[in-house]
Design a binder for this molecule. Sequence first.
Ligand SMILES: CC(C)(COP(=O)(O)OP(=O)(O)OC[C@H]1O[C@@H](n2cnc3c(N)ncnc32)[C@H](O)[C@@H]1OP(=O)(O)O)[C@@H](O)C(=O)NCCC(=O)NCCS
Length: 362
Amino acid sequence: MTVVNLCRMESNPTPSAISDDGPCRMQPMDEDRYELREFRDSDYAAVATLQKANDPEQPLSPESLRHMFETILQGSLFRNVAVADRHTQKVVGAGALFRMPFESDAAHLWLVGGVDPAHQREGIGSHIYDSLASEARQRGATTLSCQVLESSAPGRGFLAKRGFVERRRSWRSRLEVASASWSDLPSLARSLATDRIELTTLAHEGARNLQVLTRVHGLFTEAAKDVPRDGSYTPMPFDQFRQFFFEGDNALPDAWSLAKFGDRYVAVSQAAREPARPGVLQQNFTGTLPEFRRRKIGLALKLMILQYAKLNGYDRIETSNDSLNVPMWTLNQGLGFRKVRETIQFESQLSGARSGPSPSPT
Ligand SMILES: CC(C)(COP(=O)(O)OP(=O)(O)OC[C@H]1O[C@@H](n2cnc3c(N)ncnc32)[C@H](O)[C@@H]1OP(=O)(O)O)[C@@H](O)C(=O)NCCC(=O)NCCS
């Protein structure tokens, strides 16, 4: 549940979104039994359990959730709450209100949330939603976005009932490593070399070398400008980039392929791991500087990631695609990625928002 559609990057851990408490909710949450409170550090394990219960195909480890909240959401998380049984202290629901990383529209906030399937239809999802929407209004937000799996009729119903309308879609796709081939890579590398483009890896360049990381961050910042998003682009600060991609259990500094023109990095493709899904390599960002696009550099770098997956024992590679990102999806389809499920981005205009200064995180 409490998972961020990271950045409309190529790979977004898919949120299971707010689980429904039924299209015709009969009762408000029993506040004698349940308490909505601020999220605690000790809640990550419970939230990982909620995520798995609502979306068994995309489990996330408590460490991954913590990493996400403490790195990429740092500075953009406005409210993070849990609903616990007052008697047992068991967490039965959770939700968060945040600004999407890489986006800068102060009046556009996002929410994620979920309720333990054993406690759905008890008004808990509505209670979380009402609390987060009220917070969003108080902070002057005028637009709320949320994602839900296309296959979740209750999730879609929950949002429709609250005035959300579909904005656009993204999807998760998969490549089975055993059936994929990178045999074109050597000839591609030779052909690129004639244009003085060299294929390399971050491991070779020096993943611990601050200068190298700074240059890779510069490339990432430039190439990511063209990722489809809502509103204007805010680059990820270097420290956040370093912490998010190179610290924690998800980090795979060896799974970064790079292209160089002279000593300038011109394209990157990278992947990470998800401890809760050890056989699946999570393909994240791929980006080529605009003036180097359509020269098969992106393709070559992704073939290097495929080679990495094979050599390191991964069964499959998964990634996500925004429906607006035709270049990336065309490239991925050519490699053999096949769509496995769709996510819908819903949006709602908030009425009664306070006008005033831009919201800032607590
Ligand atoms: C997507 C991206 C990485 C592609 O990089 P690239 O180096 O230009 O890709 P390649 O030259 O290797 O393209 C390989 C194939 O992908 C497809 N493709 C690439 N760009 C395309 C485009 N603009 N339109 C349609 N298909 C495209 C084509 O099939 C292409 O083969 P072709 O040129 O023989 O037709 C690049 O457009 C980019 O950096 N975009 C901005 C960042 C981004 O959105 N990244 C993805 C989300 S993380």
